[in-house]
Design a protein around this ligand. Structure first.
Ligand code: ADP
Ligand code: MG
Length: 668
């Protein structure tokens, strides 16, 4: 008997070449194989006799081959034509392009045939049925005569082969239940072994579904356990500095702001301050739509660090954003005696004097900041950083409090699982006076009139516009081709908007050049900024009221929403124009959703349904796992598995399997 951890090569007739192929599919152990679930099933369960065959139905018969011959059609097609019989009658069979069949299916052989009944040459026939030899009537069949699983297309593996290996794996492996009875009962789940049987060898679709539900639960539970254990590890035996901000100081801070905090800003600030004074390192994710005011919330935390004699760091994804934070924080703290430094690429080598807040890009990691005194690390726009970069910065300060911020609204199911090691704070309301950005999907034929409208709009209301070109490749960074395409678009647009000043911005410009362009845009010397999606994050130009996005279908909803958030920041009415030449399909549905939906959260739920998480977050970048069995849209199951994970992780000694299966696999 083998067990689930046994290597795939221990299966009979799986040599090194096969094993290697399996490994390429991510299948190393028998457990991996058994979790390789069918993508669909063929219903071949209707076993009947030849006299009962009806055209149009899908049926299985057990019959003897009467004849089978290779025949060449006039058009050069090779067909295998013949007939089979049982005690009730005879029926024609035919296949295409399988000349080798006649060697196996020769007269007298007993076969099980499953397929669609139709007509050929006006005679009832089975066309290209799936077949399987039978030793005698009553032989168990695997590929016909039952619910037959079809496995996801995999290079070099037919479903037939996988079915055989699956059968071996299932029947030769010791499969034990590892969840307690009460959890199974509460969630109406069947046993593990039973579930595997139902998924790979179901009697009907119902069984397949019941089995799948259990395997999906297992998959989610694994994820949940991982994140909960990571959370425990983060907090366990670790001390963080207690950072306190008394009410008087908090009051002073709030009163000094040029605006009134929103209800959710106040609430989230409280959540953060509570964490900070607890002595256990905070690990909190602050989620808030573009423009919801996350910076000031982070500032309150940094103020608490300052008031307790410690330092803070804030890491931004771009130099432009770091500069902007520097300006903002200087303003917020102008009445207080805080020292704030901006760490730029250029300053990282020189000695840095003591500061209370350090602002910078990832170059902070290698700077000479005295990390020992850093008690709070803020990571802005976290999805723009790799997991490693984030870890690096945090590690340098030992066990700091960590506040991670994102404007990418994370669907609740995803937040519960993959981000389950963080506590979540959400800014649900926007500062008052923010207005909805009127959004239009603009088909290609309306481009000229759209340009005319933009021209007029800019002149009459003295406003400004962004025109964003997509990246050509699906990559995170700009390539030379992108630069070329945005540059030629810039040249083209200059001829269209002859009376306006146009500026060009892309990631490959030198930092000073970028800053100069942005400054010109900010002070109104540029009317239209033609740019790649580098403007997506953070920048604040209140006078810009028009956002034009080229090839809108190339963006995800989160990206579009971010871009749209660049306008509508001032008092004037703002617009977003989404150019596209698609007129139907999922991509079009996504774009049309932008016309009606203004909530980033709703858009992200929709994106999850339409595209899946991999594309929303960029799997590699965020360390985001793909689900193989469960679905991100199954909120109920995710909630249930989370609860079970909590029960289990609170009682680890009772569940020794967690150590081998989960804990030992977590790389800290
Ligand atoms: P984001 O959440 O996108 O990082 P920011 O922190 O950059 O948003 O804030 C966007 C703008 O809103 C800034 O100009 C900021 O000063 C302003 N702001 C923040 N909170 C409020 C508020 N409660 N009322 C009015 N304006 C606010
Ligand atoms: Mg921000």
């Amino acid at each position: 008997m083998m067990d689930l951890t046994s290597d795939i090569s221990e299966l009979p007739k799986v040599g090194p070449i096969f094993a290697n192929k399996f490994q390429k599919l991510g299948i190393n152990t028998l457990e991996d194989l058994l979790y390789h679930v069918p993508s669909r099933y063929l219903d071949y369960s209707n076993i009947t006799t030849i006299s009962h065959l009806r055209s149009g139905e899908i049926a299985t018969i057990h019959a003897k081959i009467v004849s089978l011959k290779n025949i060449y059609s006039k058009r050069g097609l090779k067909m295998q034509i013949g007939s089979v019989e049982d005690s009730t009658g005879k029926v024609a069979v035919l296949w295409f392009n399988q000349p080798f069949l006649i060697k196996t299916l020769y007269p007298g052989r007993l076969v099980s045939l499953s397929g669609k009944v139709g007509f050929f040459n006006r005679r009832l026939s089975l066309t290209s049925p799936d077949y399987e030899l039978m030793v005698e009537e009553g032989t168990e069949t695997m590929h016909t005569g039952r619910f037959v699983p079809i496995y996801p297309e995999t290079s070099g593996f037919s479903s037939k082969l996988i079915r055989r290996k699956m059968y071996d794996a299932y029947s030769m492996t010791k499969i034990e239940e590892y969840l307690p009875e009460n959890i199974l009962k509460k969630n109406k789940l069947i046993g593990f072994k039973n579930a595997l049987e139902f998924v790979h060898f179901p009697k009907d679709l119902k069984e397949a579904e019941i089995g799948r539900e259990r395997l999906a639960f297992n998959e989610l539970l694994n994820l949940e356990l991982r994140s909960l254990i990571r959370k425990n590890n983060w907090q366990k035996n670790k001390l963080a500095h207690k950072l306190e901000l008394d009410n008087k100081l908090l009051d002073k801070f709030t009163k000094n702001l040029p605006f009134k905090l929103t209800e959710s800003q106040n609430k989230v600030i409280k959540e953060i301050l509570t964490d900070l004074k607890g002595g256990i390192p905070m690990n909190r994710l602050l989620e808030g739509d573009v423009g919801s005011g996350k910076t000031v919330v982070a500032a309150a935390g940094m103020f608490a660090a300052f008031a307790s004699g410690f330092q803070s760091i804030i890491m931004a994804p771009t130099q432009i954003l770091a500069n902007q934070h520097y300006q903002t924080l200087k303003k917020i703290f102008d009445k207080f005696n805080l020292r704030i430094s901006l760490i730029t690429g250029a300053s990282k080598k020189i000695e840095i004097g003591r500061s209370d807040i350090y602002i910078g890009t990832h170059s902070l990691i290698h700077s000479k900041v005295n990390f020992k005194e850093v008690a709070l690390v803020v990571i802005d726009e976290q999805h723009r950083f790799g997991v490693e970069q984030r870890k690096h910065l945090i590690k340098k300060s030992g066990t700091p409090h960590v506040l991670t911020m994102t404007a990418t609204p994370i669907p609740r199911t995803v937040a519960l699982t993959s981000y389950g090691d963080m506590d979540l704070s959400i800014l649900i309301d926007m500062p008052v006076g923010r207005q909805k950005v009127t959004t239009w999907v603009v088909p290609e034929e309306k481009r000229p009139s759209a340009y005319e409208w933009i021209n007029k709009q800019i002149k009459s209301s003295n406003s400004q516009a962004f025109i964003v070109c997509p990246l050509i490749e699906d990559s995170e960074t700009e390539t030379l081709a992108d630069v070329k395409s945005v540059t030629s678009e810039f040249a083209r647009l200059k001829k269209t908007f002859t009376k306006l000043n146009l500026g060009l911005l892309h990631g490959r410009l030198k930092t000073e050049e970028k800053e100069r362009v942005l400054k010109d845009f900010k002070n109104g010397n540029i009317d239209i900024l033609v740019t790649t999606p580098v403007v997506e994050v953070g920048i604040d130009i209140p006078n810009a009221t028009i956002m034009v996005i080229e090839a809108g279908e190339r963006f995800g909803l989160a990206g579009l929403h971010q871009l749209r958030g660049r306008v509508g920041r001032g008092i004037s009415k703002s617009y977003c124009l989404l150019f596209t030449n698609v007129h139907s399909g999922k991509a079009y549905t996504r774009l049309k959703a932008m016309e009606k939906t203004y909530s980033g959260f709703e858009l992200s739920e929709l994106d999850l349904k339409l595209r899946g998480p991999g594309e929303i977050f960029g799997t590699a970048q965020s360390g985001f796992p793909e689900l193989k069995i469960a679905s991100w849209n199954n909120y109920e199951l995710i909630k249930a598995s989370r609860q079970a994970a909590q029960e289990i992780s609170a009682n680890l000694t009772k569940f020794p399997w967690v150590k081998n299966r989960i804990i030992d696999n977590i790389k800290q």
